[in-house]
Design a protein around this ligand. Sequence first.
Ligand SMILES: [Zn+2]
Ligand SMILES: [Zn+2]
Length: 259
Amino acid sequence: MLMQLVVLGSGTSVFHAQRAAAAFWLQTQSGSLLLDCSADAPHRMAAENLDWPNLDAIWISHLHLDHCGGLAPFLFGVKHAPQTQSRTKPLKILSCAGAEKLVKAIDESHNYELFKLKFPLEFKEIAGDKADETIEILPGVSASFLRTPHRRESLAIKLTDQSGTTLVYTSDSGFAEELAEFARGADLLILECSFYQKKPIATHLELKEAMRIAELAEPRRVLLTHLYPEWDGIDLEAEAQKLWPGETIAARDGLRVEI
Ligand SMILES: [Zn+2]
Ligand SMILES: [Zn+2]
C-alpha cells in the first residue's frame, strides 16, 4: 500500500443522515493530508480514529462552506485540545485564493487567536493561473492544480508521490475536457457526481458527464462523490457501469480505499 484514502464526507451542503459534507483523509508514506474540511470533518476524523492531532496538511479546494466550514473550528480545536499541547510540527494549509482571509475574518470577529498556536501554521494560497505550478505538499508528494468551472477560486488538485502513484481530486466542478486531460491515467480519480440526471445547475456534474470524463481520462479507478440526496435508493455503481466499463466506486462515509 502506498496511500490510503478514508472517505470522511461523501455528501454536500444538504444535511444527510449518512453523508457528511466534503472531506477525505489521505495517508501517505510521508504524512497525512486532509482534502477539504467541511464543518463535519473534525468530528468525522475522530469518529474514524484518525490521528488528527498530528495531521500534517490541509487542502481547501474552494470557499463553499461544505468544503471549508470546518477550518476555523479545526484550528480552534487544535489550539485548545490536550492532544496538541506538545505538538511542535507545523500544520500546512494549502488552498485556493481567499481561505486565509476567511479564517482571519472569523478570528478577528471574536479574538479567537486562531493564528497563535503552540506550533507553526503555514498558509499558502494557489491562484491557479500558472499552469505548471507545483508545490511539495508533503515530503516527496507533489501537488499540481487546475482551475475548474465551479467558482472563480475553485481548483482541482493532482497529487503524485515518490513512486509515481497519482491521485486527482476534482472537488466541485462543471464539465470540462481539461479536467479529463488533467486526470489522465490517475491511479485514483475522486470525481464529483452531484446529480443522477437533469442537473439543475451547470457548475456540477451529472452521471453521464462524470462518466464521459472517466472515459476520456482513463484512470485506473474512479471514486464518485459529492452525492446529493437525489442519489438515495439508486445503485450508482451499476448505473456508472452502463456508461463506462472501468472500475467505479460509489463513495460512502467510512469507506477506505488503498491506492
Ligand atoms: Zn460542494
Ligand atoms: Zn461548491
